[in-house]
Design a protein around this ligand. Structure first.
Ligand code: FAD
Ligand code: MLT
Ligand code: ZN
Length: 475
């Protein structure tokens, strides 16, 4: 069965001149029909999915979002919510002519409590701007990812983004304390609690975390920020096998304990790509695998002592064959760039088939090795990197151009492989358009039916981000 088949347009209304004049009255100067501006909002970051929307709306307030959705729901106009458009599963752009509702102008911090560390802001705040804002107040955001310069906090919550700090601070399901959401019919759901603890019935906000714009538009977020660590170290290490890398991880958790804030990996093919396409230099001797370890603590002397004891141990036992450590900010950034910019290097390498898989740790790299063998010379590159600490592999396959034969060699093979080991076919990126029909590899029929029931209850006309997340057969 062709799971990746393009959907057919559902019978939504088409935007008329009357609709445009309603939007222009509501959002003067912020109802965009200029084809040049629309071009970039219609195409995803990977440049693999392209819609044909003719209208981009840029509300500034929750009340404006509410009026837009009330109107669209009555008129049966489909809407595609968009944040920073850095999503990697084709969820953030229209498939046909859906109206693009952008949060770009909803970028105000509402409150920050410097005792509790609770930040409340509009959904369109760029993650990096929020990081700067809270860092000036001696806090950090509980999440960090390579797309920080563009992605919005509302987009992060809608995809339940994981990123580089999840190992330490947990997922957004724990750190997001409250949400404000506009439902498909324009009702405003105020769950913007600023409380650590609140057991008053069902936790409604959880339904919207990771719902990829299919159940409501998130307009406000309150989130718990950790204190800014006084001391940060980054170690970049080389390992000669994946088994050694896993043993290093075990020892690392034991010896660094509470100060460990990230444990990431990349393979030698990723290193070659960042060297080739981004001209980044490998700071250590060539190895089959590389690890990025970050520690974040409150005492430089204590943290350095722990880190050095750990490094002595893993180097003495030859689990790690070479390494370098950074304590000052510029070098820390440079080491992190090698890991964070793999996504960008891959885009330079060609058309990228991206897989974001959760697997039992001991199986994690076997998928890459097996896929290399399975594809032979059909692929340009088959690479593996990701969040070892979270059991999350990013398997990426490049090709000089879009290649249907290559795709059918990869899918559903990759999903069957994942299912066999009880993994997840989407660890952190979501399902979007690209993976919607593969949901059954990771969720039961009953769970998917319940998802459909929620969808029908909250968005009976299905105007919110149609063709995304839910499989075609449960509409
Ligand atoms: P968009 O891409 O605009 O949208 C993503 C989805 O959320 C879409 O379905 C959209 O409809 C919906 N949406 C957006 N805003 C709202 C809203 N306010 N209300 C309702 N729905 C909304 N992901 C990770 O998990 N971990 C990573 O480490 C990571 N690193 C990345 C690195 C790079 C270089 C890139 C390009 C992407 C990376 N991503 C990562 C993927 C991506 O999911 C995140 O970048 C981010 O969470 C998306 O935010 P955004 O604002 O760009 O959302
Ligand atoms: C990452 O961890 O780098 C991101 O999830 C992006 C990607 O998978 O390429
Ligand atoms: Zn990731």
């Amino acid at each position: 069965r062709a799971h990746d088949a393009a959907p057919t347009r559902r019978p939504f209304s088409r935007v008329t001149p009357d609709d445009l004049s309603f939007f222009s009255d509501l959002l003067p100067g912020r109802t965009i029909t200029d084809p040049d501006v629309l071009e970039s909002c219609n195409v995803d970051w990977l440049r693999t999915v392209k819609g044909s929307s003719e209208v981009l709306l840029r509300p500034k307030t929750t009340e404006e979002v509410s009026q837009i959705l009330r109107y669209c729901n009555e008129r049966n106009l489909a809407v595609s919510p968009q944040g920073g458009n850095t999503g990697l599963v084709g969820g953030s752009v229209p498939v046909f002519d859906e109206i693009i509702l952008s949060t770009a102008l909803m970028n105000r911090v509402v409150t920050f409590d410097s005792i509790s560390g609770i930040l409340t802001c509009q959904a369109g705040c760029v993650l990096e701007s929020l990081s700067q804002y809270v860092e000036e107040r001696d806090f950090i955001m509980p999440l960090d990812l390579g797309a920080k310069g563009s992605c919005h906090i509302g987009g992060n919550v809608s995809t339940n983004a994981g990123g580089l700090r999840l190992l330490r601070y947990g997922s957004l399901r724990g750190t997001v304390l409250g949400l404000e959401v506009v439902l498909a019919d324009g009702r405003v759901l105020d769950c913007l609690a600023k409380l650590r603890k609140d057991n008053t019935g069902y936790d409604m906000k959880q339904l919207f975390i990771g719902s990829e714009g299919t159940l409501g538009v998130i307009t406000g977020v309150s989130i718990l920020c950790p204190r800014k660590p006084k001391s940060v170290n980054v170690a970049f290490l080389g390992c000669s096998s994946f088994q050694n890398l896993l043993e290093t991880f075990q020892i690392c958790r034991g010896m660094l304990g509470e100060i460990l804030s990230a444990f990431e990996f990349l393979d030698a093919s990723c290193m070659s790509l960042v060297e080739k396409h981004l001209k980044l230099a490998n700071p250590i001797a060539e190895s089959p695998f590389y690890i990025v370890i970050e520690t974040a603590g409150s005492s430089a002397a204590h943290d350095e002592e722990k880190l050095h004891n750990f490094l002595d141990k893993v180097m003495a036992s030859s689990l790690v064959v070479d390494g370098t450590v950074a304590t000052e900010e510029a070098k820390i950034k440079a080491l992190w760039s090698i890991r964070e910019r793999i996504t960008e290097a891959l885009r330079h390498d060609g058309y990228t088939y991206k897989y974001d898989i959760s697997l039992p740790l001991e199986k994690i790299y076997d998928l890459v090795t097996d896929m290399r063998e399975h594809l032979g010379n059909q692929a340009k590159n088959v690479v593996g990197y990701g969040h070892v600490g979270d059991g999350n592999l990013h398997l990426n396959i490049t090709s000089p151009r879009k290649d249907a034969a290559l795709l059918s060699a990869i899918e559903p093979y990759v999903y069957e492989w994942t299912w066999k080991w009880q993994g997840s076919i989407s660890a952190e990126h979501g399902l979007g358009l690209k993976k919607r029909n593969y949901i059954y590899y990771s969720k039961s029929q009953e769970a998917v039916r319940l998802m459909r029931d929620f969808k029908i209850m909250l968005d009976p006309k299905g105007i919110l981000n149609p063709y995304k997340t839910l499989p075609d057969n449960v509409r």
